[in-house]
Design a protein around this ligand. Structure first.
Ligand SMILES: [Ca+2]
Length: 138
């Protein structure tokens, strides 16, 4: 009798685990979705940045050393950490018609770096791996 109770409990626990597994397996990084305002992809070069988007590249020279992560956006991002891109950006290309501001901290706080429309380049030693949020200026 005792062993049967144990088995039942085990089966119940297993079933509960199976039922909850999809929730734990859900990715924290938004899958690439080119219709989304913001998404993470990978690639290299300024040509990897779609028109109408601002791109933050993980490495300098637009991932010049090889394909690497690119954060692509056309909207305010209050926490790049939501895209596993906090303090990661090393170069940028603002392929939009709007100016943008990059911020040192989450929530559009801390130091600010203004990026003009069509501006691009490396973030430099003072901004390398520091950007945590951003917004566009209308
Ligand atoms: Ca930061």
């Amino acid at each position: 009798m005792k062993s049967r109770v144990g088995l039942a409990a085990g089966v119940a626990a297993l079933a509960a685990g199976l039922l909850t597994a999809p929730a734990y397996a859900a990715p924290t990084v938004q899958a690439e979705n080119r219709a989304a305002d913001t998404y993470l992809t990978s690639g290299q070069g300024k040509t990897a940045c779609p028109s109408g988007r601002l791109c933050l590249y993980k490495d300098i020279n637009y991932n010049g050393g090889g394909s690497a992560a690119i954060l692509v956006t056309r909207a305010k991002v209050t926490s790049l950490g939501s895209y596993q891109f906090n303090d990661e950006a090393s170069s940028y290309f603002n392929n939009t018609s709007l100016s943008a501001v990059l911020y040192e901290n989450d929530g559009l706080r801390g130091g600010q770096l203004s990026i003009r429309s069509q501006g691009s380049g490396n973030l430099g030693s003072s901004w390398n791996d520091k950007v945590s949020s951003l917004q566009f200026l209308s």
